[in-house]
Design a protein. Structure first.
Length: 128
């Protein structure tokens, strides 16, 4: 996957925001996996992937419906950004590969939590 920039994060979070809440963690992981696969496709074939683009997270996200970009302090949008970052972190911890399949719902960040609760309970967001 190409290096992730701010615009990639925003596009992916907007795609998650447009998805059903229960599908967001899976979609975040899928977007990362698609961007990675598209980058490998580009390296192998010398052209962009026909569905997932050029290997950027933004290109993978832009083929999906996107919600209008809200203010960054909106809790649900912030949760979507966190989910994208968690998916990127999971890819890094997995050694650079992230399969399209994921674990049980209860193992997903923010599973079963209302908007805003994920931020309060997530280890990435708790402070002193």
């Amino acid at each position: 996957m190409k290096p992730v920039m701010h615009g990639d994060l925003v596009a992916a979070a907007r795609a998650l925001l447009a998805a059903a809440p229960g599908a967001r963690w899976r979609l975040a992981r899928d977007l990362v996996a698609r961007a990675d696969a598209a980058d490998r496709f580009l390296d192998r074939h010398g052209r962009v992937h026909p569905e997932w683009g050029n290997g950027t997270l933004m290109a993978a996200a832009l083929v999906l419906p996107l919600a209008p970009e809200p203010r960054i302090d909106q809790p649900v949008y912030a949760d979507c950004m966190i989910l994208v970052l968690e998916a990127l972190r999971a890819r890094r911890l997995a050694g650079g590969a992230l399969p399209l399949e994921d674990g049980p719902v209860e193992q997903r960040p923010g599973a079963g939590l209302a908007a805003g609760e994920f931020r309060e309970r997530s280890p990435c967001c708790t402070g002193p």
